[in-house]
Design a protein around this ligand. Sequence first.
Ligand code: FES
Ligand SMILES: [Fe+2]
Length: 321
Amino acid sequence: MSGQLNGRFVRNAWYVAAWSSELGRSLFSRRILGEPVVMFRTTDGTPVAFVDRCPHKLAPLSRGELVGDLLQCGYHGMQYDSSGKCVRVPGQPPIPPAARLRKFALFEKYNAVWLWAGDPAAADTSRIIDIPQHGKPGWGLVDGQYLHFPTSYLNLTDNLVDPAHTSYVHKRTIGNSGGEDVPVKVEHDEGHIVASRWVTNAEPVPIMKTYGGFKGNIDRWQYYHLHLPSTSYVDFGAVDTGGELTERRRREDSAPSPTIFSLRKPQARRTISGFTCAIMRSALPRSMPILRASTGRRSRRIASFSRPSRSSRKRPACANT
Ligand code: FES
Ligand SMILES: [Fe+2]
């Protein structure tokens, strides 16, 4: 993929920095790719993000305040405009040219604020993942969820292009023995990997038994998409067994099927925060188990699935139930 590695992270890439609802007229700080970032909205609603560090004496700007659209440092009152340029140094009329904040490019899509961590001039919004069902009639949406994992983001990235584990880890929800011996096909193009398989003429998995309304065996698909470096998109569902295993049947003939969309943000070297949402046929109840996996209480239990280890890269991590 294009982009450059800076330390352990790909900088020239889009990461979800926040849900849109998290940003307002208060200063909001979050650690992204090992760096503190301060975010807020200007008076016209535009989201803005800077490195959360005042160039004067490195005070966190998120401890300061907004004066209109100016960000005022809480230590000595220097003020920065929404481009990051310093416009006031109290008690010192000349403003040093180096008094400027590093600004990140942001873009809002899917109720999320996406942050380009590299050179703002290279920020290309067409590289943000495409979720064709988002906002379409007949599809429901549950979003605003947030999970925190004490592990390297690479573990979770690996987990979400690995449909084979569902036969063993998720026997109570999205897996069963029908998938044990079904190989996974892996394809890739520029910055995109798809791991997929169809499990045919098999007993429905537990959530499909409960919510799918199937009378007999099913043909079930799992398509796990990874958009490098850390955005994933899981599409799974089922149809009555016996027809063609085609894209059209996946889209049109399927029983209610959820699409889980996981937006992950490496926070620091050994932790990751996942922004998750589920898009599903509107017939599905919002309380179905796969969605409960994204609640705070459940997220703590998922996080504890990662056993403490000296090497965080060896820890297991799993984002589904
Ligand atoms: S540290 Fe920000 S104005 Fe001094
Ligand atoms: Fe899983």
